[in-house]
Unconditional design. Structure first.
Length: 337
């Protein structure tokens, strides 16, 4: 809070020193739900928050400053990821958040784990990047198939997360459920620590590669990634249609020297229908500005694949509307009819 107070004080002082030529902008806070610190949502959410912010008193975009929304202070908040974020957005506890496409579809339509608890106010700002499903094993360990998880200690991601929703559907199709595994509901960092300490036999996590907690695990204790068979990929895609065939290339994690077949889901930037159209228009515009491009390219390896050209990829198939402000930007940019 001290650093935020300093930021506000500095910003207001800058406005005061500018004299009569300047005016005090209205400050608006914009909370973005992300994920755990060891995953990819958290750093990507932080980059997005930085890109769209331009606190009162900051230099304007055309004068060499950040090309964020004038007066906006965006903040990335660590959460339990997708399911937590869509719940918080619907409840008005956050203005935006990151979510996997599958969770977004289920939540908006009130199906699956959201049966009877639909989130009709959810709206899309942009498709971001693919999140690969990792099934992490101790160094030297091997599974002959997903059915081999029976009787093992398995991390199924944090409670209510998009990963957990999908994982339970995928492994359930192979006869694996909470009755025949010792499940652990943990975030990525906690899962990696438990695996390293010998307290887990395997854990699932979906995130953009490379994942910080897995890099650390790979560099210390070492790890293996489960290589899904073509049949398992097809079955996963059938039961969770928004998880599509994907591949984690050899060397993504230095100790994993082989290609890994898996499935992936798109990570989506989501907001609420109750958010002002002009504000979301300006935020969408700022997300694809020249300064945002530099931040994305330099801030995280997954940032490079977050582009305006792919911002609408797969969005129509999710069945969740674009926010009118985002829609207006994409129409003006010639990306949407």
């Amino acid at each position: 809070m001290k650093s935020l107070g300093k930021l506000i004080t500095t910003a207001l002082l800058g406005v005061a020193l500018a004299g009569g030529a300047a005016y005090a902008q209205e400050m608006k806070f914009f909370r973005i739900g992300t994920g755990g610190a060891g995953g990819t949502y958290f750093p990507i959410g932080g980059i997005i928050a930085n890109a769209i912010s331009n606190p009162p008193g900051s230099r304007a975009c055309d004068k060499g400053g950040n090309c964020g929304v004038p007066g906006l202070v965006a903040m990335a908040q660590s959460t339990n990821a997708s399911a937590h974020n869509v719940n918080a957005i619907q409840a008005g506890q956050m203005e935006a958040g990151l979510s996997g496409a599958a969770t977004l579809h289920f939540a908006y339509n009130g199906i699956g784990k959201f049966e009877g608890n639909a989130k009709p106010d959810l709206r899309i700002i942009a498709n971001l990047y693919p999140e690969d499903l990792h099934l992490v094993l101790p160094k030297g360990a091997k599974l002959n198939g997903l059915a081999d998880l029976k009787g093992k200690r398995v991390g199924i991601a944090q409670a209510g997360s998009g990963t957990q929703i999908a994982v339970e559907l995928i492994i359930g199709d192979h006869g694996i459920n909470r009755d025949n595994i010792d499940e652990a509901e943990l975030n990525n960092s906690q899962s990696a620590e438990r695996l390293a300490d010998g307290q887990l036999d395997a854990y699932f996590y979906a995130a953009g590669t490379p994942v910080a907690a897995m890099i650390q695990l790979d560099n210390t204790k070492g790890m293996e990634l489960y290589n899904f068979t073509d049949e398992e990929v097809a079955k996963a895609n059938k039961i969770v249609p928004y998880y599509i065939p994907s591949k984690i290339a050899a060397g993504t994690y230095p100790g994993v020297t082989y290609d890994v077949n898996t499935v992936a889901v798109s990570g989506i930037l989501v907001t609420s229908a109750t958010q002002d159209e002009e504000l979301i228009y300006q935020i969408t515009k700022a997300l694809w500005s020249k300064t945002a491009r530099k931040l994305l390219d330099n801030g995280h390896s997954k940032g490079k694949v977050i582009t305006v050209e792919t911002a609408l990829d797969g969005v129509e198939g999710i069945g969740v509307p674009l926010h009118p402000g985002a829609e207006r930007f994409y129409k003006e940019a010639g990306l949407l009819k």
